[in-house]
Design a protein around this ligand. Structure first.
Ligand code: DQA
Length: 147
């Protein structure tokens, strides 16, 4: 059975209270619950994690190699700044989907740049919490297509 890592970066622990007009009303706990229910329905393994620390996110990515088959990654603001996360993704040889709740391309110009996009298999943004299960579907479809 395939296994997915859903990894969340800085400030996403504040979802629900943090700019709900931008990020939606769901808490990260709500989103984890949606992902767990979907993983059960699809019969796949799931690890769900969050960190506010860039190095901890790098370590989560390293640990995914050999443990999980694909990664869904909402790196938050580190998306727009982090060469270290880009290098980590390039190093682990796992399919990684870049995810954002908001449509970053409809926002400030600094959010249009992604260091992760060149090393991701694809990007989902702008669909709020639903994006997480869309990304799970995309990951499973990619893994199926690879098999
Ligand atoms: C975000 C978009 C980023 O630009 C922002 O820094 C976040 C959240 C999103 O999910 O829409 O923290 O990744």
């Amino acid at each position: 059975m395939p296994s997915l890592l859903v990894l969340n970066g800085p400030n996403l622990n504040l979802l629900g209270a943090r700019q709900p007009e931008v990020y939606g009303p769901e808490t990260l706990g709500d989103i984890e619950g949606m992902c767990r229910a979907y993983a059960e329905e699809k019969g796949v393994g799931l690890e769900f994690a969050q960190s506010n620390h860039e190095g901890a996110l790098v370590e989560h990515l390293h640990a995914a190699k050999g443990t999980h088959d694909a990664v869904i990654f909402n790196a938050g603001a580190y998306t727009h700044t982090s060469v270290a996360l880009m290098d980590a993704i390039a190093s682990i040889e796992l399919p990684v989907i870049e995810l954002h709740l908001s449509n970053v391309h409809a926002r400030e110009a600094f959010r249009h740049k992604s260091y992760l996009a060149p090393v991701a298999i694809g990007i989902i943004c702008g669909f709020g919490a639903r994006g997480y299960t869309l990304a799970m579907d995309a990951a499973l479809n990619h893994l199926g297509a690879e098999a």
